[in-house]
Design a binder for this molecule. Structure first.
Ligand SMILES: [Fe+2]
Length: 307
């Protein structure tokens, strides 16, 4: 277990970055590699999916190394399967460690997800998806053990993200309490995906989804949130899909404003993974997040009592 780790900017899971950047970041995706390097737009940071850079060489890694010279970096994994009873894949952990050594990211994150299951006596199968974990004591113990193993190996604390989930299991605690306990026991931080909160509230048929999301945010300990994700969702009528394929929705912006009020200047990412638009569209979304963050922080200052 690593507690009270080396938080250079004092936020959970962060190392070496500026203290609470007031500028949002974007996910760096393949269609924008060349344009981003050429234009070098003003961004708080860039985030990449760790698994896309596991190779020892190649063009993608060269792009990442060059981009790292100009931007803070968040490595966001989708494959560690931190909630799996089958344990961590040693190869995956090896590659992640090597990537962390190569590019010294400001943050490393993955999800509170189940994905690996035993297959036969010696191997395991990976679902290639982010499947939800039950919010139980047993599941928490398992997640804590896996997160601690990753942190010990990387010699740094990580962030763990909440999921958008399309099924749920009977639990012994609510999700904010589950994350609070995970962070307390392991020293990890939370990557709060605000869009995932909204997707879950809508799919649960909440009468006032924004209110439910506010309640989730209010229930989290202030100090555990080390990064925030914003994204768009698709409304298919009877279900809402977390597809990261459109602009951030107005209800999600409202919850984000509330999160900034609660947590302060948390590094914030625009996630866009399907139907990836022109770089300027992502930059405009990031600029909107930055403006909203700065406005909320200013409001907080103005509303504070004078000393
Ligand atoms: Fe996310």
């Amino acid at each position: 277990m690593r507690t009270g780790g080396p938080f250079a900017d004092t936020r959970a899971g962060a190392e070496g970055g500026p203290a609470g950047s007031l500028h949002a970041g974007i996910g760096l995706r393949h269609p924008h590699y060349a344009e981003l390097l050429q234009r070098r737009p003003d961004l708080g940071f860039i985030e990449v999916h760790s698994e896309n850079f596991f190779a020892d060489g190649g063009a993608a890694l060269a792009v990442l190394r060059e981009a790292r010279e100009f931007y803070d970096l968040s490595l966001h994994g989708v494959g560690l399967a931190l909630g799996s009873a089958a344990g961590l894949d040693p190869w995956h952990l090896d590659r992640l460690e090597r990537l962390v050594q190569r590019c010294s990211p400001n943050r490393v994150s993955d999800h509170a997800a189940f994905a690996r299951a035993p297959l036969g006596d010696r191997s395991a199968v990976h679902a290639n998806d982010l499947l939800p974990v039950a919010f139980t004591r047993a599941s928490l113990d398992l997640l804590c053990a896996n997160v601690s193993q990753v942190q010990d190996r990387l010699r740094r604390n990580i962030l763990v993200e909440n999921l958008s989930a399309y099924l749920s299991f009977p639990g012994e605690m609510d999700e904010p309490a589950f994350f609070a306990e995970l962070c307390r026991r392991t020293g990890c931080g939370m990557l709060l995906d605000v869009n995932n909160l909204m997707v879950n509230a809508l799919n649960a048929g909440a009468s006032d989804p924004v209110r439910d999301c506010f309640a989730f945010v209010d229930a989290l300990p202030r100090e555990i949130v080390g990064e925030i994700h914003l994204a768009g969702y698709a409304d298919a009528g009877d279900i809402v899909i977390d597809d990261h394929g459109s602009r951030v929705r107005p209800d999600v912006w409202r919850v984000y404003a509330h999160a900034v009020k609660c947590f302060g200047a948390v590094p914030t990412l625009i996630e866009w993974d399907t139907d990836v638009p022109a770089l300027d569209v992502l930059l405009a979304e990031a600029a909107r997040a930055s403006t909203l963050m700065q406005a909320e922080l200013m409001k907080t200052v103005l509303e504070s009592p004078l000393p």
